[in-house]
Ligand binder design. Structure first.
Ligand SMILES: Cc1ncc(COP(=O)(O)O)c(C=O)c1O
Length: 396
C-alpha cells in the first residue's frame, strides 16, 4: 500500500499532458474577482437582461407539457432542425436539409469540440486566427493536433488579417482552418474580399474549414456573409452558431452545426459520446425564437449598436485607445495611452482602482507579447450599467 502522504496516482500529474497548460479560464478568475469586489463585470460575455419573454414562456410551456423532458433525438428535435435550416435559407439563401445537414449541440462550445475531435488526427495542423476564443486551443490540444496561429494585428483602428501570412502558414500537414467572424475578442468582421481569398486558399489546398459564426446577428456595418456561401465552400465547411448570443439565453446552451451530410455525420459521431443530447425543452423554445420576425433581429442589433457607442465613448474619454468593433458585443482597447504595459496586471488591479472588471486579451494569444497591452470589455449590459462603468473608468 502507498504511504499516506504519497500523492494519489503516484507522482505522475493527474491532468492529461495535452491539457496541462490550460489552467482555470480567465473568465472564472475575473468573474470571481467581480463578485468579491462588487465590481461591474464587463469581463464575461453574457447579457444582464434575459431574452424575449415569449421565448422564456415557450421553454416553460415545454417543461410543463412534457416536451423534451426525456432524452430528445440525438441530432436534435426535428422542429429545431427545420427552424435552423429555415434560418440559413431566410438570412443567407443557403439551403440545408434538416435531416442530414443540421446537428443540434450543447452550445457552440460542444459544436467546436465535436468538430475538432471528429475531423482531426494527431499531427494535423490547424490554422486559427489569434487572439483565439479560449476553447479553440484546448480542443485542438485534446484532438492531439497542433495549432498554428495567424495573428490579427492592429492596423488603422481595427485588427486586420494578413492574407500573405495566412497563405504562408499552410503546410502539407494543414488539415483545417478554424475561423471566427465576427471575431471575439477583437470585433473584426472579415470582409467579403478576405473571405473570398480564404475560400480560394481552402479550395486550392483542399482544406476543411470550421467557422464559428455565433455573432452572426451582431454585425453593425454591412451584413454577415457566411463563408459557406462562397464558391467551393459549402462542401468543405462546418458552420457553427448558437442561440445564446442571438437570443440572450446563454445559459440554455443550444447550439448547432450546418454542413454537408458527410461532415455532419462525422461531427455527430464525436458529439454522441460527449453529451449525446442536451437542452431538451429549450430546443422547442429556440425553434420558436429562430422564427421571430425581422423586427426582433433588427431591434437586437440596434440595441447593441447603441450600447457599443456608449461604452466606446466612455473608454475613449477615459484615455484608452479604442478599436471600434464592426461586430460582436466586445470592444478591445489598448492601455498604452494610460501609461500601462501589462493588461493582466491592469485587469487584476482594476476592480480595486475603480470597480470595473475587464479581460486581458493576452490570455487568448500564443504570442503573449502581441496582446500584452490589450484589454476587452463586454457591452451586452444595461445602458445604466454601461454609463456607470464609463463614469468609474474616468477616475483612472
Ligand atoms: C466566439 C465564440 N464561440 C463560441 C462561444 C460559446 O458559445 P456557447 O455559449 O453557445 O457554447 C462563445 C461565447 O462566448 C464565443 O464568443
Amino acid at each position: 500500500m502507498a504511504p499516506m502522504s504519497a500523492p494519489v496516482g503516484g507522482t505522475r500529474p493527474l491532468l492529461n499532458r495535452r491539457l496541462a497548460s490550460f489552467g482555470t479560464t480567465i473568465f472564472a478568475e475575473m468573474s470571481a474577482l467581480a463578485a468579491r469586489t462588487g465590481s461591474i463585470n464587463l469581463g464575461q460575455g453574457f447579457p444582464d437582461t434575459d431574452g424575449p419573454a415569449e421565448i422564456a414562456e415557450a421553454a416553460s410551456r415545454a417543461v410543463l407539457t412534457g416536451l423534451g423532458n426525456q432524452y430528445p433525438p440525438g441530432p436534435g428535435i426535428p422542429e429545431l432542425r427545420s427552424a435552423i435550416a429555415e434560418h440559413q435559407q431566410r438570412f443567407y439563401g443557403l439551403p440545408y436539409d434538416p435531416d442530414t445537414e443540421v446537428l443540434v449541440t450543447a452550445g457552440a462550445t460542444e459544436a467546436i469540440a465535436a468538430s475538432l475531435l471528429a475531423l482531426l488526427e494527431p499531427g494535423d495542423e490547424v490554422i486559427a486566427l489569434e487572439p483565439y476564443y479560449d476553447s479553440y486551443a484546448a480542443c485542438i490540444a485534446m484532438a492531439g493536433a497542433t495549432r498554428v496561429p495567424v495573428t490579427l494585428r492592429p492596423h488603422a483602428g481595427a485588427f486586420a488579417l494578413d492574407l500573405d501570412e495566412l497563405r504562408a502558414a499552410v503546410t502539407p500537414r494543414t488539415r483545417l482552418l478554424l475561423l471566427n467572424t465576427p471575431h471575439n475578442p477583437t470585433g473584426t468582421v472579415l470582409t467579403p474580399a478576405e473571405l473570398t481569398a480564404i475560400a480560394e486558399l481552402a479550395v486550392d489546398r483542399d482544406l476543411l474549414v470550421v467557422t464559428d459564426e455565433v455573432y452572426e446577428h451582431l454585425v453593425f456595418e454591412g451584413a454577415h456573409l457566411p463563408l459557406a456561401s462562397l464558391p467551393g465552400m459549402r462542401e468543405r465547411t462546418v458552420t457553427i452558431s448558437s442561440s445564446g448570443k442571438t437570443f440572450s439565453f446563454t445559459g440554455w446552451k443550444v447550439g448547432w452545426v450546418t454542413a454537408p451530410p458527410e461532415l455532419v455525420s462525422a461531427v455527430r459521431s464525436a458529439k454522441q459520446f460527449l453529451t449525446y443530447v442536451s437542452s431538451g425543452p429549450f430546443q422547442y423554445a429556440i425553434a420558436e425564437a429562430l422564427r421571430l420576425p425581422d423586427d426582433y433581429y433588427e431591434g437586437f442589433r440596434a440595441d447593441l449598436a447603441a450600447k457599443r457607442g456608449i461604452l466606446a465613448d466612455g473608454l475613449a474619454a477615459a484615455g484608452f485607445e479604442v478599436f471600434r468593433p464592426r461586430g460582436t458585443y466586445f470592444i478591445t482597447t489598448d492601455i498604452t495611452p494610460l501609461g500601462e504595459k501589462d493588461g493582466l496586471a491592469f485587469c487584476r488591479a482594476l476592480p480595486e482602482r475603480c470597480g470595473v472588471v475587464a479581460i486581458p486579451n493576452q490570455v487568448f494569444y500564443d504570442d503573449r507579447a502581441a496582446g500584452a497591452t490589450q484589454v476587452r470589455w463586454a457591452f451586452c449590459k444595461k445602458t445604466e450599467v454601461l454609463e456607470e462603468a464609463a463614469a468609474r473608468l474616468r477616475r483612472l
